[in-house]
Design a protein around this ligand. Structure first.
Ligand SMILES: Nc1nc2c(ncn2[C@@H]2O[C@H](COP(=O)(O)OP(=O)(O)O)[C@@H](O)[C@H]2O)c(=O)[nH]1
Ligand SMILES: [Mg+2]
Length: 177
């Protein structure tokens, strides 16, 4: 899973810092590049990854370590703070009856994520149903149907209906019990 991979890449980076004989600009630049690569491989958006690592590089090269802290420890702390910043938005998902509405721009990964979430909840023993609320984009219904077909999750949708609100209301009614 991508986050596990990110964890092991970052551990590698921290080891590199811990083992380096000199902590200097060259090392900082190298580490920044390693982290950039790790973030991008973990699906962090490219411009966000660049922004975060630019901030990291700036802090690592300009901030004086607090009294009593070596430059090495200081850089490790900055990296730690960066990771907290990236991951702080996570929260536990309830394993109970609930409705989740997926909202986002075209191509942002809603349909794919719905498939992953459906599988996740299914494995946790919940009865999952999906409602195809994207009534606008051609074949959005078929795409969602294909995604959930593989995992035997029922779908409610009306490929001919253009009013998303209507389809969603009907879908919620359909999966009420
Ligand atoms: N790299 C990557 N690509 C993804 C991810 N989720 C979706 N995609 C791809 O992004 C594109 C749009 O995804 P889709 O789920 O159809 O987005 P939607 O338009 O919001 O429903 C597809 O080509 C997906 O394969 C993800 O987590 N990582
Ligand atoms: Mg979609």
């Amino acid at each position: 899973m991508v986050l596990e991979k990110l964890g092991s890449s970052l551990r590698g980076v921290l080891k590199k810092i811990a083992r380096a004989s000199h902590v200097d600009k060259k090392l900082v630049r190298e580490v920044v590049r390693d982290i950039q690569r790790a973030l991008i491989q973990a699906d962090v958006k490219v411009d966000l990854a660049l922004q975060l690592t630019k901030d990291l590089e700036k802090r690592a090269l300009t901030e004086e370590p607090p009294a009593g802290m070596s430059l090495r420890e200081h850089i490790i702390r900055i990296i730690y703070e960066l990771m907290v910043e990236i991951l702080h938005g996570t929260k536990d998902i309830k394993l109970e009856r609930q409705k989740i509405m997926m909202v986002g721009l075209y191509g942002s990964g809603k349909t794919t994520t719905i498939g992953k979430l459906a599988r996740f909840f299914q494995k946790k023993g919940l009865n999952v149903g999906v409602v195809a609320g994207d009534t606008h984009r051609p074949a959005a219904y078929e795409q969602l149907a294909q995604v959930v077909e593989k995992i035997n999750v029922p779908i409610y949708g009306r490929p001919e209906e253009k009013r998303a609100e209507k389809v969603v209301r009907e879908g919620l009614e359909h999966f009420k019990d």
